[in-house]
Design a protein around this ligand. Sequence first.
Ligand code: G
Ligand code: MN
Length: 255
Amino acid sequence: MGAPAGSPPDTPEMGLAELEVAFDRAIKQNHIWMAFQPIVHAKQHALFGYEALMRSRDPQLTHVGLILDAADRLERTTQLGRLARAQVATEFAKASAERGLVFVNLHVRDLFDPTLTSPFTGLTRIARRVVLEITERSSLEGIDGLADRVAELREIGYAIAVDDLGGGHARMGHLTPLDTDFVKLDMSLVRDLDSHPVKQRLVSSVVSLCRESGVRVIGEGVETKAEAEVLTDLGCDYLQGYLIARPGPPFVDPV
Ligand code: G
Ligand code: MN
């Protein structure tokens, strides 16, 4: 049997049974880990927080895309999301307050996962230091109970970010139906921003719309000084990207 159409070319052509063995091993042997990438204030470059990003050191499911595909095919994305959030909570519970906030990616289908609001999970306990990033790539429109659920999450202390704004299928005219604290500009908008007047105008209108409603803007995937400077001049609040630092292993705080 072949890989499903549209899969990345390096998807191993594994049947479900074989894939399940590989996926279980990756989880049991701690081959899935969380990297952290700093987010800094645009003007002073002082640390504001980190985005937690899933990584793989599995010999077979060698990168995070393969892990996510496997979880999808095996219908175990909920389990994978819970594992990632538990790992983030463990790392961040040990981190000093100077580490700031931790931004955690949340798939829309995990928005209603009861572990997010259960008082017994690690992430809930540190909710006041957590920003849940919900991607704008999959449509947020027409999800029943979305506004109530977001209100419930914020009540517990989580902040909310709309991720990847302006990337993929997102419709810019339609900012977002979410009541949000942060907006993360997709890196396709950030790339070569200094030489693209149209992108500059888009970023500038997103920034002013956000300002009006007290939403803070993060530029993602910043790779050059010129991109960082233009973002800062256009009023973007925070920066993240290889220019500042690549995602790295969990930090160790001196005790
Ligand atoms: O979908 P989301 O925006 O959460 O994805 C972030 C991804 O972008 C991560 O996989 C991260 O490793 C990657 N990334 C972070 N900074 C940069 C960057 O400056 N350039 C590029 N090309 N990718 C980046
Ligand atoms: Mn993200």
